[in-house]
Design a protein around this ligand. Structure first.
Ligand SMILES: NC(=O)c1ccc[n+]([C@@H]2O[C@H](COP(=O)([O-])OP(=O)(O)OC[C@H]3O[C@@H](n4cnc5c(N)ncnc54)[C@H](O)[C@@H]3O)[C@@H](O)[C@H]2O)c1
Ligand SMILES: O=P(O)(O)OC[C@H](O)CO
Length: 327
């Protein structure tokens, strides 16, 4: 596992609790020591005891030596630079699994596309995981489910058989595009929900945004080749509900701070964990433009982030042409 933040550490626990031998790479030696010796990651997962079998190191070659499956959980904007460092260390036939929910600024590439580009591996060796997976709940062993997706059903199944235990259930599909975009786009809708929450708007506003948000997520993803059913599944609707409803969500939290009147730069300063939605807004709008997909919710989130729209004026689900639209 590369990345010892809240999700990398939690996912490593999921794997270890499923009976797998797991090694975790942490950038900081002191964090690697804390995980290996105290079985804790107190900054990211306070109060959680990690499995005794889990060990961590800040030395990539130690962690990657002999790995059959390599899970990636670093911030999306740092994936490419990290892959350039590890590419020679990844064992020849290892499967590569992305746990990330962002797109790359500048290229708009999904994480699996960055992996394929930087590692030059066959698509059958790559899988992605996504779903309603708030790290702290899972670290407390509260039951949940996820989707494991690969262009190869055999790969998705092999990984799903690895990623399961008494509190974590894995489903499979071969719609990598829909699975990845579901995870990216729900973050943006969760920022919108946080904003209206921070302003003080109530449940009608939020339900309208979630519902129209799902339509926006589906239109966008289908335009890029996703299957609409994927967006109605765990990686779409499931994750949208979890992220929009939970104060554990960093994207939701970032939105709430914006809604309370903090500026974008103040929000960035206050966030000590990754809120992928903030970096994905611009590339997603660029991709939407390239396909002629209308994204009123994401567009208004971008305006709030830019400081050109007051949070109290946000009403993205009401944005419509002069004539009533079909739902
Ligand atoms: N936390 C969750 O509940 C959750 C659930 C599902 C998916 N995800 C996704 O997992 C990915 C990782 O998120 P997270 O929640 O673990 O974030 P995090 O902020 O908790 O941790 C990120 C980790 O990456 C490290 N890091 C930061 N910059 C780096 C760099 N340049 N190179 C290498 N490492 C770097 C940090 O030190 C930290 O250990 C994101 O794409 C996120 O959307 C998170
Ligand atoms: O904390 P967030 O907003 O990054 O959301 C975490 C997970 O993606 C929820 O599934």
């Amino acid at each position: 596992m590369l990345g010892a933040g809240s999700w990398g550490t939690t996912f490593a626990k999921v794997l270890a609790d499923g009976g797998n031998d797991v090694a975790l790479w942490a950038r900081r030696p002191e964090l690697a020591r804390e995980i290996s010796q105290s079985k804790r990651n107190s900054d990211y997962l306070p109060g959680i005891n990690l499995p005794r079998s889990l060990w961590a190191s800040d030395r990539l070659h130690e962690v990657l030596d002999g790995a059959e499956q390599v899970y990636l959980s670093v911030p999306s904007q740092s994936l490419r630079e990290n892959l350039r460092i590890v590419r020679e260390l990844i064992p020849e036939d290892a499967l590569i699994i992305s746990l990330m929910k962002g797109v790359e600024k500048g290229t708009g590439a999904r994480m699996s596309e960055v992996i394929l580009h930087e590692l030059g591996v066959d698509p059958w060796r790559v899988a992605v995981a996504s779903g309603p997976n708030l790290a702290l709940e899972i670290a407390k062993e509260q039951p949940t489910a996820a989707v494991l997706s690969s262009e190869s059903r055999e790969t998705a199944t092999e990984v799903a058989l690895t990623v399961r235990n008494s509190y974590f259930r894995s489903f499979v599909n071969t719609d990598v595009i829909g699975t990845e975009f579901g995870g990216v786009l729900k973050n943006l809708i969760a920022v919108a929900i946080g904003i209206v929450d921070g302003v003080g708007y109530g449940e009608n506003t939020k339900a309208s945004i979630i519902t129209r948000g799902l339509a926006e997520m589906t239109d966008f993803s289908v335009a890029f080749g996703a299957r609409p059913e994927t967006l109605a599944g765990l990686a779409g609707l499931g994750d949208l509900i979890a992220t929009c409803e939970s104060s554990l969500s960093r994207n939701n939290t970032a939105g709430r701070l914006l809604g309370q009147g903090y500026s974008y730069s103040e929000v960035i300063k206050q966030m000590n964990q990754t809120a992928e939605g903030l970096s994905s807004v611009t590339p997603i709008l660029e991709l939407a433009l390239s396909k002629g997909v209308d994204m009123p919710i994401v567009s208004q989130v971008a305006e709030v982030l830019a400081g050109t729209l007051a949070p109290r004026d946000i009403a993205p689900h009401l944005t419509t042409d002069d004539l009533p639209q079909g739902e």
